[in-house]
Design a protein around this ligand. Structure first.
Ligand SMILES: [Zn+2]
Length: 239
């Protein structure tokens, strides 16, 4: 059984009812009653949340195991409300489940948005804004990964003028500038493009979202890019 099965939501210090929209109000965000999350928020700072992610990933790399302890109990504990402490924007790739690669985290720990290529569109931006402004999540991680099919496709567009059917071509368009920027940088092209895409997506989130940008300016939220290596299981947090 992994550590967080018992030290996660059931033993997290609850900080009292800070007001469902306390963070939202100071960010200029106005939520309707239907949007209010109404419950205690996490008491972790962004730096503490980042340290917890790093420790969880180290645990996963050292001894990868599936945390399935007392999921019923966890469900009961968080059914009435959530206080996630990190938002992860990751790829839809089946090999990149954030809860597992950060050490087997339980229900109610991570607020997760996923799509192929870990991109910010209207849906993911709104999702991340809700996590930050309403749920009080202090840390946002945009995480690319090794051998990402969406990034590889964008690399093919960048250097081979490849085309893709349906909505796939339009979907990967935001990745193409990242691929073009690193195509002469040497090393593994797709790896470099995945890292550059994660960095650019994190920056794009701040451009798209005044809510998130304001929270970052106030020191209440941090945004970082990261890269997950399938082979080793390691998550590298990018500058
Ligand atoms: Zn991917």
């Amino acid at each position: 059984m992994c550590e967080d099965c018992t030290s996660g939501p059931t033993r997290r210090a609850l900080v009292g009812w800070a007001g469902a929209l306390a963070v939202a109000a100071t960010s200029g965000f106005s939520a309707t009653p239907a949007m209010a999350a109404g419950g205690p928020k996490t008491d972790l700072t962004a730096d503490a949340a980042l340290a917890k992610l790093k420790a969880g990933n180290a645990r996963y790399v050292a001894d990868a195991q599936v945390c399935a302890s007392d999921l019923g109990g966890q469900r009961h504990h968080v059914a009435g409300g959530q206080a996630p402490w990190a938002t992860i924007l990751s790829c839809a790739d089946s090999r990149v489940p954030p809860e597992l690669l950060f050490g087997g985290l339980g229900l109610g720990e991570l607020f997760v948005a996923r799509n192929a290529g870990n991109l910010v569109d209207t849906a993911t931006t709104g999702t991340i804004e809700y996590g930050a402004a309403v749920l009080g999540v202090p840390l946002i991680v945009v995480m690319g990964h090794q051998r990402c099919g969406a990034v590889a496709a964008a690399c093919d567009v960048a250097v081979k003028n490849a085309t893709f059917p349906g909505s796939i071509g339009e979907m990967i368009e935001p990745i193409v500038p990242a691929a073009l920027a690193v195509k002469e940088s040497g090393g593994d092209f797709v790896v470099a493009a995945a890292k550059e895409n994660a960095r650019r997506t994190a920056a794009r989130l701040l451009e798209r979202s005044t809510i998130v940008a304001d929270l970052v300016r106030q020191g209440k939220v941090k945004v970082t890019a990261a890269y997950y290596e399938l082979d080793s299981g390691k998550v590298e947090f990018l500058a």
